[in-house]
Design a protein around this ligand. Structure first.
Ligand SMILES: [Zn+2]
Length: 224
């Protein structure tokens, strides 16, 4: 269901039964995502590709976390040291959502970020997924979605996940960092406070990091 379309900005949602296979690691047919993975392997070479994917999946970096300096880098270190969040393979729902955006704009040739808001209704056993994206590198401000979520929360829906995707430029081997930027961390804090967000998800098309809301305060936010 399309809620609003402004130029290339799109805001829409889907609602469906909460089936266990949605959260399973069998991601099925996702042609645009598969094409991204295959192209990346071609561009980086088999070894370079595997190294780039594994680098972003690891959580055993033993280096100390600096007290100051680049907040984005500190946040990445917090995840890759295993101190915050859990990195796992991406699940079917995440793969479908990323595949949907990549079928609009292929990630290698036209990189974009989408974001999604995933709500649960316990007695209906339904999942509602709001999706916002455009043709730009950053996702559009989801005012129309947040208005709708406000109403949902009054009708026993719960905001379980916020999800978005990361990628990197060619100079950094394309594969997205599985940690929140300082701006992401600030946004997660806002969603937790105003919408009672449960968990944040960031995916790079291979793996996803899952972060519980009680862990949000551990991340750096933009300097005041
Ligand atoms: Zn981000």
């Amino acid at each position: 269901m399309v809620m609003e379309q402004k130029g290339n900005e799109i805001f829409q949602y889907w609602e469906f039964e909460n089936e266990p296979l949605i959260w399973g690691m069998n991601i099925g047919e996702v042609p645009a995502l598969k094409s991204y993975r295959d192209s990346l392997e071609r561009v980086l070479g088999k070894n370079g590709f595997e190294a780039a994917v594994q680098k972003e999946a690891s959580q055993n970096d033993s280096q100390d976390i600096p007290d100051s300096g680049n907040g984005d880098r500190i946040n990445a270190r917090l995840v890759h040291s295993g101190r915050v969040g859990t990195i796992r393979s991406m699940n079917l729902l995440e793969a479908e959502l990323l595949n949907y955006q990549l079928s609009r704009y292929p990630l290698l040739s036209h990189p974009t970020e989408f974001h999604a808001f995933i709500l649960f209704h316990d007695s209906l056993h339904h999942v509602r997924v709001y999706f916002a994206a455009s043709d730009q590198p950053w996702p559009p401000k989801p005012a129309v979605i947040l208005e709708s979520i406000k109403k949902d929360l009054k009708q026993s829906w719960k905001l379980r996940y916020h999800m978005h995707n990361h990628y990197e430029p060619k100079s950094n081997n394309y594969v997205g960092i599985l940690a929140p930027s300082v701006a992401d961390a600030q946004y997660f804090a806002f969603l937790s406070e105003d919408f009672n967000l449960d968990k944040a998800l960031i995916t790079n098309g291979f793996y996803t990091v899952e972060i519980e809301s009680r862990e949000f305060p551990k991340f750096r936010t933009p300097p005041k």
